[in-house]
Design a protein around this ligand. Structure first.
Ligand code: EPU
Length: 432
């Protein structure tokens, strides 16, 4: 089955598509990184703040963009492609302040409409958001912040309903540096009366990206990228054109693909600063990583060594690269420890990896111990979420024989044309 080439607004269906990989081929060549999935989610929500057009560039052609577009359309927004990777969003005529539960269930980022709608309309409703099964995902940081800024939070049936007579700036303490929580509070605070400070804010590049977009719309946000973000509320915002940052998680996935297959790959269009933790750990494991402007060159020069990795909030190693790194470590000599410290249940992929011959044991739900190197054997496995799915594709590329990865729609939520991109590097991978 051919991958769609311009599926910006496609709806990825749970149609039983699988990826079939004949492993054991070293990857060679160059690949371009797409725009960041998670940065796009914040940017799309930001368009709800203004009646004017917002133009987004470098939008990845992935399932979650389609899902978020459906959420915005359910509120009365126009979301239309302007090019293969461009979007125009207009929210002049909002008809609802509460997206339907079935759409919200498709992706966690849909909860970002809360902060934006609260600021724009004074009220918003949303069911607890869906998303990957990777552990408990509370939203107390979002809701406590809305309350502290002068809104009432109620539960009406399955929905949270938030209302305000006017948001006021406040000094907020986030119990956890939540990425979406920080973004939601920034959206709400941009036009609040007075100044909001988020203490213990998330510092992820996707938060920085949203601050840059909001500032280009007329907001006054400083400190994004640190753990204290200050938002001086402004009277009104205006439309803007915003370019989405490169996807550091896709870039990292390709870097690991190069290393695990023993190939040599050039990854173009990356933001090196966003990849520092990954590059450091890959080098420690014996991978050669050459940095050159916005390009990474990755290859293996000899045996891989076991290392300990810890998934942490930025600038720690991204939790979204924890599973891909664990797969790489199955090929490293010695005993590697993988500690997941962001989510409390993000090692579910380990049982799939074991089917392929990996020697991995878990202690509790947050530590995996990997003994290597173990040859991986082609098997039938299931993508449990977007990153676990990507990790199993990496395992399939390194395995001998044929691997079938089912439930590929998870991967399509976050990776643009992953099979075509890997095929262009010499992988034998097909959608069936
Ligand atoms: N948390 C709280 N209270 C809250 C919110 C979160 O305690 O109110 C805790 C969670 O329980 C979890 C930790 O904070 O243990 C991290 O959650 P966070 O809220 O930071 O995650 P998120 O904002 O829901 C985003 C990304 C995830 C990424 C995480 C961590 C988007 C759309 N999603 O989720 O991306 O793993 O940040 O960096 O931006 C992915 O792309 O595959 C993905 C899951």
């Amino acid at each position: 089955m051919k991958e769609q080439t311009a599926p910006l607004i496609f709806t990825n269906s749970r149609d039983g598509t699988k990826l079939v990989i004949d492993g054991g081929r070293p990857l060679h060549g160059s690949v371009d990184v797409s725009g960041s999935k998670n940065a796009t989610m914040g940017a799309m929500a930001a368009a709800l703040l203004v009646a004017e057009d917002c133009y987004l560039e470098n939008v990845p052609a992935i399932g979650d963009v389609g899902h978020m577009a459906e959420v915005l359309r359910s509120l009365g927004a126009t979301v239309e492609p302007t090019s293969e990777h461009g979007l125009r969003i207009n929210t002049a005529k909002l008809t609802s302040s509460s997206p339907p539960t079935e759409l919200v269930g498709n992706l966690r980022a849909s909860f970002l409409v809360m902060g934006a709608l609260l600021a724009r309309l004074g009220s918003a409703g949303c069911s607890p958001p869906g998303g990957d099964v990777i552990g408990q995902r509370p939203i107390d940081v979002h809701l406590a912040g809305f309350e502290a800024m002068g809104s009432r939070v109620d539960r009406e049936g399955e929905k949270y309903v938030v209302e305000t007579d006017g948001l006021r700036g406040a000094r907020l303490f986030a119990d956890y540096p939540s990425v979406l929580g920080t973004q939601n509070l920034m959206l709400a605070a941009a036009t609040a009366a007075g100044t909001t400070t988020i203490v213990n804010a998330a510092s992820e590049p996707e938060v920085q990206s949203l601050a840059a977009m909001l500032n280009s719309m007329g907001a006054r946000i400083s400190g994004a990228g640190s753990h204290t973000v200050t938002i001086a509320g402004v009277e009104a915002l205006h439309g803007a054109t915003h370019r989405i940052i490169p996807d550091r998680l896709e870039a990292g996935t390709f870097a690991i693909a190069a290393a695990i297959t023993g190939g040599r790959v050039e990854i173009r269009g990356v933001h090196l600063g966003h990849l520092f933790s990954l590059i450091a750990k890959m080098r420690e494991a014996g991978v050669v990583v050459e940095e050159d402007g916005d390009t990474l060159r990755v290859w293996r020069d000899g045996e891989l060594r076991a290392v300990t990795i810890q998934a942490l909030p930025y600038p720690g190693l991204a939790t979204d690269l924890q599973a891909p790194m664990a797969v790489l470590l199955t090929q490293a000599r010695g005993v590697s420890y993988v500690h997941e410290r962001v989510f409390d249940n993000r090692l579910l992929y380990v049982s799939e990896l074991r089917k392929m011959g990996a020697e991995v044991v878990t202690t509790g739900t947050t530590t995996a111990i990997i003994s290597g190197p173990t040859p991986l054997l082609g098997s039938s496995v299931r993508a449990l979420d977007v990153r676990a799915g990507a990790a199993l594709i990496l395992a399939g590329l390194a395995a001998s024989g044929r691997t079938e990865v089912a439930d590929v729609y998870h991967v399509d939520r976050g990776y643009e044309r992953i099979a075509s991109k890997l095929r262009s590097l010499g992988a034998a991978i097909e959608r069936v």
